[in-house]
Write a protein that binds this ligand. Structure first.
Ligand SMILES: C[S@@+](CC[C@H](N)C(=O)[O-])C[C@H]1O[C@@H](n2cnc3c(N)ncnc32)[C@H](O)[C@@H]1O
Length: 221
């Protein structure tokens, strides 16, 4: 199936609330666990979470790495507001700062260099995926831990619908609709490898990890 893009930003209040309230424990906590397995020596430092949405993953990273300060960037005001609420509610305001930034952001380098750059469930939103890879290259210090987890496009719309039925049964319609569109907007592992080669990030490893997720990880050059 050819890629079908979806709107980059998740700006609708209903959409943002449904996403924020959904239980993504398996994939979100799984991202933190996989990061830890990939970078067992990472103990703390400055972490950047690109397109952090309502900051559930950001908070999970903060809990796992209490000596880390995390900057989360998000382009949707609706998502950012939910993220700010979650960070305050979870008592993480001293460890996480969230900022409204739309990528590509010409001012990104002013944030300084980061020891780790993560992004989850966001690559497929970028109409031009080079925007995310450029942001990672700009923000990562030499040797930084890079970890990107995203959906992976299935071979057909029918398989995408079957994945929605299997993994989002009983979820609100808006969430099921977004999940289907996101699967259709996602990339294959071969496409991601080509993106990384074009971005000069081909030292990163790309692997499928579930029937619908892939992970890109490695050290910045
Ligand atoms: C599916 S959400 C994932 C949020 C979060 N990372 C997570 O794993 O729960 C994708 C997010 O990317 C944001 N986004 C998409 N394109 C963006 C851009 N160009 N700049 C900043 N944020 C963007 C959307 O607004 C949305 O909040």
């Amino acid at each position: 199936m050819e890629r079908v893009t979806e709107p980059e930003l998740m700006v609708d209040d209903d959409q943002a609330i449904a996403y924020s309230e959904a239980d993504f424990t398996e994939s979100h906590q799984g991202a933190v666990t996989r990061f830890g397995a990939a970078f067992p020596e990472f103990a703390g430092g400055r972490m950047l979470d690109l397109a952090c949405g309502p900051a559930d993953v950001t908070v999970r990273f903060a809990r796992a790495y209490p000596d880390t300060h995390i900057v989360g960037l998000e382009g949707s005001p609706a998502m950012l507001a939910l993220g700010v609420q979650r960070v305050a509610r979870e008592g993480c305001a001293g460890q996480i700062s969230l900022q409204h930034r739309l990528l590509p952001d010409p001012e990104l380098a002013t944030l300084g260099a980061f020891d780790a750059v993560v992004s989850t469930a966001a690559l497929h939103h970028f109409h031009d995926p080079a925007v995310l890879w450029d942001a990672i290259r700009i923000a990562a210090s030499p040797g930084a831990c890079i970890f990107v987890q995203d959906l992976m496009r299935p071979e057909s719309a029918a398989i995408a619908q079957a994945l929605v039925d299997q993994h989002a049964r009983g979820e609100p319609d808006v969430l099921r609709r977004d999940f289907f569109h996101s699967l259709c907007a996602a990339f294959t592992t071969d496409e991601v490898r080509a993106q990384l080669a074009a971005a000069g990030l081909d030292a990163l490893d790309v692997q499928p990890i579930t029937d619908r997720h892939l992970v890109i990880q490695g050290r910045a050059g």
